[in-house]
Design a binder for this molecule. Structure first.
Ligand code: AHM
Ligand code: MG
Length: 344
């Protein structure tokens, strides 16, 4: 039988590659991996449990929280707290940052931003959900860490990853030296290296966007969708449309098969829907590390300024050539709008 590499072994082996090779980042990743296994166990039996359903409270974006959202949030925060390497957790489920360092202990050097259970409206229909995480070094050097330590641009990330609770459960992460994927073997309870050095194809023939909002999309997005639907043998069009409604599932598929995922601004969500700090930046880091591209239609996601914890951004992410093509349509539409405005 081939020798399996577990997540724990892999993290230790790669520790020396990292500039901050003191073992803290490794311990942090290991803690996240352990919490992911606990969350996976609960997600898997969601259909059997009273946990399923809505908790009745709303989070700060006004969306109804599922009970498992709360459970997952608690698991990750408690794993990070007991690990001692993380001073602040920024979570989709908490309006404010969660301080883990204390007046007494201020040694923890890392900030973790997390969406504990993304796509949670899919839980009660048995569709894949996921966890997204992003890790930064604390920038301030004195006293307790503050919100400012969290509001760093995506280019500062030292690690990012996602867990997909799907037909199998996978943890995929990067520390800036490529992307590796681990599949949970439930018989031994370990994440095992199954997808070493993942690369997203340069192009693909799948586009993922909620076309139900078509009338509310900007003109550039509408034109790009039409381009995807036109017949053209040379570029293998028309493309297929696939939209799970669970960003991790859509991006994980695109990562393996090639494709583009777009969540643009719409009339109802003028800043986009997805969150920069704990959804778009980590996914952009991973996709870029796999050879893909991620922008807001114009600017690289990881270079956007971060003003607030729950900031939203439009996102175009996936295979490099497809994202660049969509950007061309955005630029064209913008230029046309400018000339219309000038004439008007
Ligand atoms: P959530 O963080 O509240 O779960 O929302 C994020 C999810 C993404 O996973 C998904 O891509 C998107 O929202 C779907 O939104 P919509 O239903 O508007 O297409
Ligand atoms: Mg989310």
């Amino acid at each position: 039988m081939a020798q399996m590499t577990t997540l724990g072994q892999f993290i230790i082996e790669k520790q020396a590659d990292h500039p901050y090779a003191k073992g803290e980042l490794s311990r942090l990743l290991r803690d996240i991996g352990i919490a992911a296994k606990v969350v996976n166990r609960e997600v898997n039996k969601a259909g059997l449990m009273d946990l399923l359903g809505q908790a009745g409270s709303t989070n700060i974006q006004g969306e109804i929280q599922q009970k498992l959202d709360i459970y997952a949030n608690e698991q990750f925060i408690s794993a990070l707290k007991s690990g001692g390497e993380c001073c602040i957790v920024a979570s989709e489920e908490n309006e404010e940052i969660v301080m883990l360092d204390t007046d007494v202990s201020q040694d923890a050097k890392y900030i973790v931003a997390i969406d504990p259970l993304d796509g949670s409206s899919n839980i009660d229909v048995n569709v894949s959900v996921g966890t997204i995480f992003s890790i930064y070094r604390r920038q301030s050097t004195e006293g307790r860490a503050t919100l400012q330590d969290v509001l760093q641009r995506g280019v500062n990330q030292v690690a990012a990853g996602y867990v997909i609770y799907g037909t199998s459960t996978m943890l995929v992460y990067t520390t800036g030296k490529g992307v590796n994927g681990f599949t949970l073997d439930p018989s031994i309870g370990e994440f095992c290296l199954s997808h070493p050095q993942m690369q997203i194809p340069k192009t693909g023939h799948i586009y993922s966007i909620n076309e139900g909002y078509y009338v509310h999309f900007p003109q550039g997005v509408k034109s790009y969708i039409k381009y995807c639907q036109v017949e053209d043998d040379a570029t293998n069009r028309p493309y297929s449309s696939r939209y799970v409604g669970s960003m991790i599932a859509d991006l994980h598929r695109n990562m393996i098969k090639g494709g583009i995922f777009i969540y643009p601004i719409t009339a109802a969500t003028p800043d986009g829907k997805l969150r920069l700090v704990y959804e778009c930046n980590p996914m952009s880091f991973i996709i870029e590390q796999a050879g893909g591209r991620a922008t807001d239609g114009k600017t690289r996601i990881m270079e956007l300024d971060v003003h607030s914890l729950h900031q939203r951004t439009p996102i175009f992410i996936g295979s490099e050539e497809m994202v660049s093509k969509a950007e061309e349509f955005m630029a064209e539409a913008e230029a046309e709008q400018v000339s219309v405005d000038l004439v008007g």
